[in-house]
Design a protein around this ligand. Structure first.
Ligand SMILES: [Zn+2]
Length: 273
């Protein structure tokens, strides 16, 4: 495994385990606003994401999509871990011997969670409104579903935010990683930046194509990386240019060189390929 993968696994596991334990201590999985909004699970997802975000930052990796999948798994694991700890604590309070829960016990526990959820929703409603039992159970199921979904969404957002992915306020979404180009043609990168600054879009596009062809050979000591994040709807973009060079033990050092912001018009004109 590469250094970044190992670091990700270690930090993600740590943040998931710590989050699960703390969440259990302060009953976070059962914390809701108005009976439905899963504030607690959103906090769990955010906390579980920090480990992966740290790994992304420490290794200057741009495979945020892959990391996000991993972090979401960590978020859900943290949530389930907190639930499991709650369950074990409940069993121990009841002076029952804690055994490995079988399918029936798990189902019973889920049923209790659904009932608790339904009860907390009906508690918010005026006395006059009474749901038939079937509807109340469905409300409980939907709430549990929203809760797990809340963990997943919160993890994804936290990862994007903590790793510095820009947010498009107009379309209310995070930019997507459009391209990562590693190029040994440092001169072409410099010319490309100049063409952008001097508003020569046709030349800029041709230069970007030249940058792309400058493959990095294993013997090369230093090169340049361009990471393009773009809003999929309005096409506004942020381009990061970084210097990379080989260090001891096969490691690659990354240092920021330049950052360019493109509005929607510039982004669609300069980055279309
Ligand atoms: Zn946008």
């Amino acid at each position: 495994m590469s250094v970044s993968a190992t670091l990700t696994v270690v930090l993600a596991t740590l943040s998931s385990v710590i989050t699960a334990y703390v969440a259990h201590l302060i009953s976070l999985p059962h914390f809701h606003l108005l009976g439905g909004i899963p504030v607690g699970s959103v906090l769990i997802g955010t906390a579980a994401a920090t480990g992966v975000a740290m790994a992304v930052r420490l290794t200057s990796n741009y495979d945020v999509a892959g990391f996000r999948m991993f972090a979401q798994l960590g978020g859900v694991t943290a949530y389930l871990g907190a639930m499991l700890l709650d369950y074990v604590a409940g069993e121990m309070r009841g002076h029952r011997a804690v055994a490995v829960p079988d399918a029936l016990t798990v189902l019973n526990y889920v049923r209790v969670l659904v009932e608790q959820g339904a009860a907390s929703i009906t508690a918010q409603l005026p006395e006059s409104i009474k749901f038939p039992p079937g509807v109340a159970v469905w409300l409980g199921v939907v709430r549990l579903f929203i809760e797990v979904l809340g963990t997943v969404v919160a993890t994804g957002w936290a990862i994007s935010y903590l790793t510095g992915v820009p947010f498009c306020w107009r379309n209310r979404r995070f930019y997507e990683l459009k391209d990562v180009v590693e190029s040994s043609n440092v001169g072409a990168v410099r010319e490309w930046e100049m063409a952008i600054n001097q508003r020569r879009p046709i030349e800029a596009r041709a230069l970007l194509a030249r940058v792309r062809t400058g493959k990095v050979a294993p013997y090369e000591r230093s090169w340049v990386r361009i990471a393009i994040h773009q809003c999929p709807i309005c096409l506004a973009a942020r381009v990061r240019i970084e210097k990379r060079r080989r260090a001891a033990f096969g490691r690659v050092r990354t240092s920021p060189a330049d950052e360019l912001q493109f509005d929607a018009v510039k982004g669609s004109a300069l980055l279309a390929t």
